[in-house]
Design a protein. Structure first.
Length: 284
């Protein structure tokens, strides 16, 4: 299935490549971007996010990657990690991830780690929020950062309760923004969607979008609180309880113009936003 926008992966930087997985969808956009990182055209590689357990895709990645030194995971969601073990066993390497459940071998991966490849570096930056185990990979030689699902090539990502934490996500956006503002990053190589050649404007938009959406959620809660009987019937004693009707009621106000097929994901996002607002006393 070809993206309407024409995104199909390809070659990037001095010698790296994106192999697009055949798993397009509402949440995966064109499919998962599997990144083959190398510092020289004929050199060994690291593979980031092998993607789904799809034989044709893993074969294509193996062909593009040549000698593979290791697999790195931006996070453990299945569309990024499901094929990691099979791919690593196929090419004879380990899988490094923040979450031990997704590793193959003893070596983990975390903030401040540097993966070296013939004098070429991949620096690990912790960017939790989309998930608790989300990592980004800074490529200083390319002026690029691989963001997984923290920043997408098109649209915005979901921060889904309970593993997704909005406070952590906003901090991660600030961290990426600081790298771009300091000219350490110019391009974003995302986990879904096309490469972003100018990082700073997109990060500006991401931060502004989150702040705007938070204000919309706050206003929706105020609107619902204007009718105390309705509010109490929705929330009971705890507006953040698992059985609270408040998140769905907010979705119906804030996401009224969004296709209802996406409301389930929107409700998880609203739960994360409500947790952020209530925990900080920002809902009056």
């Amino acid at each position: 299935m070809t993206s309407p926008a024409g995104w199909a992966g390809g070659s990037f930087g001095a010698a790296s490549a994106c192999v697009l997985a055949p798993n397009p969808g509402l949440m995966t956009l064109d499919g998962t971007n599997t990144w083959v990182l190398r510092g020289a055209p004929d050199g060994p590689s690291y593979v980031v996010d092998p993607g789904p357990l799809d034989e044709s895709h893993l074969a294509a990645v193996a062909e593009a990657a040549g000698e593979v030194r290791g697999v790195l995971l931006t996070h453990g969601h299945a569309d990024h990690s499901e094929g990691a073990r099979a791919f690593a066993e196929r090419v004879g390497c380990g899988v490094r991830a923040l979450d031990p459940a997704h590793r193959l071998g003893e070596e983990g991966l975390g903030e401040g780690d540097v993966v070296e490849l013939g004098g070429w570096e991949v620096r690990v930056v912790a960017t939790p929020g989309h998930t608790s185990d989300s990592l980004s990979f800074l490529l200083p030689a390319e002026g690029a950062v691989l963001t997984g699902d923290t920043v997408l090539g098109r649209g915005t990502t979901v921060v889904a309760h309970p593993d997704g934490r909005l406070g952590a996500y906003l901090d991660s956006l600030d961290r990426l923004h600081a790298l771009a503002a300091a000219h350490e990053v110019s391009a974003i190589w995302p986990g879904h969607g096309p490469v972003i050649p100018e990082a700073l404007p997109v990060l500006d938009y991401y931060v502004a979008h989150r702040r705007e959406r938070l204000e919309q959620v706050r206003e929706a809660v105020r609107e619902l609180r204007a009718d105390p009987a309705t509010y109490v019937s929705l929330t009971g004693p705890d507006p953040l309880a698992d059985d609270s009707g408040l998140p769905r009621a907010v979705v119906e106000i804030v996401y009224a113009d969004v296709d209802e097929v996406l409301w389930g994901a929107a409700e998880l996002s609203v739960r994360a936003q409500l947790t952020y607002l209530f925990s900080r006393g920002l809902v009056g």
